[in-house]
Design a protein around this ligand. Structure first.
Ligand code: SAM
Length: 242
């Protein structure tokens, strides 16, 4: 796990004591074991002296298990937990690739989970694939993947997309002044990019076919004031009031 440059100094300037939990990661160790150890350490610290803050990269409830473990353990011990939002890799990806997920809709899956549960991909919507670089392992590893790792994943994508469909690997640089690493290649070529598909990369798959046929009943009423009036009350929404 690559720590954001200067992050420890920053935390030290804000907290009386900073504990680096990345020491629990180890090569070939089951990631769930690491996450349990991290969560236990957070709870131990809270039992000794409160309050404590558990800082994770990105958003704490997006593809992140330790915050949920902390929450569960804390509930059993009667400790209070407040989860605050963070900027996810997904937010950075939307900005760097200039994507508005509202345009065609978006679906997202974890790479291994796609294969494990044979998720049906909707090729009319955009797709985010998390943890592509860790596909088919629950173990922590910093080693470089070989093309064979991605053969099964590529073949599965080929059941939804044409081989020449363009996809993008995305890595937001943890340093705010450095550029994101973006590579464009086709579904067919995915295994050839094994070396750059490391554990912190997200795969973006644009839609392959855009839906252009509209439901005529819905399309007709979109700019129809009578339809709007018939389905609303006269007064305005008072935001913030009950
Ligand atoms: C355990 S999840 C953590 C996600 C994190 N909670 C977030 O909101 O960004 C790890 C996965 O997040 C994505 N990820 C993490 N850091 C990233 C980065 N710097 N750029 C692109 N994707 C990243 C990758 O898909 C990676 O495999």
């Amino acid at each position: 796990v690559e720590k954001a440059p200067g992050i420890e100094l920053y935390f030290q300037s804000r907290c009386p004591q900073v504990t680096d939990l990345t020491v629990y990661y180890a090569e070939d160790k089951h990631r769930e074991q690491t996450y349990r150890e991290m969560a236990s350490r957070v709870i131990d610290s809270a039992l000794k002296k409160r309050p404590v803050a558990f800082a994770v990269y990105g958003h704490p409830t997006i593809y992140a298990y330790p915050p949920f473990l902390v929450r569960e353990m804390a509930a059993q011990l009667g400790l209070k937990v407040k989860i605050l939002p963070g900027i996810s890799a997904m937010d950075c990806l939307f900005a760097d690739l200039a994507i508005d997920p509202s345009v065609n809709g978006i679906q997202m899956f974890e790479a291994t989970d796609i294969l494990l549960r044979r998720h049906q991909l909707n090729s009319s919507a955009a797709t985010l694939v998390w943890q592509i670089g860790s596909v088919c392992t629950a173990l922590y590893s910093t080693t470089v993947s070989t093309p064979s790792r991605f053969f099964g994943f590529r073949d599965y994508l080929l059941s939804f997309y044409p081989g020449d469909h363009k996809v993008y690997s995305y890595f937001a640089n943890p340093h705010p002044m450095l550029k994101a690493e973006i590579h464009e290649f086709t579904v067919e070529e995915l295994p050839e990019f094994a070396e750059i598909l490391h554990a912190a990369v997200t795969l973006y798959i644009p839609p392959a076919k855009i839906i252009r046929e509209f439901d005529s009943d819905i399309a007709e009423v979109l700019a129809d004031t009578n339809h709007l009036r018939a389905n609303t009350r006269r007064h305005k929404v008072a935001s913030g009031s009950t």
